[in-house]
Design a protein. Sequence first.
Length: 256
Amino acid sequence: MESRKQGIIDAGTGQAPARRGIVVAALTAALVLAAAPLAAAEPVVPTLTVTASGEVSAVPDTALVTAGIVSEARTTAEALAGADKAAAALLAEAAAAGIAKADVATADFSVAPVWSTRTGSGDGPARITGYSVSNTFTLKIRRLADLGPLLERFVARGSNTVSGIAFEVSDAGKRRDEARVAAVAAARARAELLAAAADQRLVRVLSISEGAAERPMPRVFAKAAMSAGTVPIEAGTQTISADVTMTFELAPRAAQ
C-alpha cells in the first residue's frame, strides 16, 4: 500500500503534487529576481524647489470714511431728534458730492443713558441725567480730491465723529496678478542661478503653488483736527504682494 500511494500522479499536470509545488515556488522566485534589477534601475530625478515673492506698488484711489453724530439731550426724544437732523444733513452732503446710495451704509446706531458724575464724598447713587444717541455711517469716496472738502462740510453740518479713514486700490485684483507674474519670474531667476552654481540646468516645471494672498494693508488715519482751511489728506502708496513656490526638474549641464 505504501508504494502505491507514492506513485499517485496528478491528472492535470502529470506531476506528483510535491514536485508541482517545488516548480511553482521556483517560478515565483525567478520572477522576483527578474523584477528586482528593473526596480533598482529606476533613476532618481533631481529636483530644485524655490520660493519667491513679487511686489507691485499702487496709489490708492478710493477712501472709506466712518463719520457720524453723537447727540446728547435730557430725553431720548430730544437726543434722537438732534441725531436725526445731523444725520440727514450728512447724507445730503454725501448725495450732493455724488456719492451713490450703494456706497453709504449705516455702521452703528445706539442709545445710551448719560450718568451723573459724583464728586466729593460721592453720597447717593449715580443717576441718569440725560441720553446719548450715536449714529455713524461708512462712506466710500471714489474721488479722493473730494475727500478733504467733504469732511469739512460734514463737520459744518453737525457731524462730530470721524473715527478713521482707510484707503483702497480699486483694481487690486489686477495689480495682484501683476505681482504673481513678477513672483514667477523671480522664482525662475533664482532657480536658474542655483542650478548653474551646481552645474545643473532647468528641464521643466514639476509643480507650482501660490502662498496665501495678502490683502494690502490700508493706511488708517486717526480723527483729523477740523478747523478752518482744507483738511490735509495724503493717500500714500500701497504694496500688493504675491508668493509662489516652484519645483523644477534638473539635469546636468552639457559639456562645453
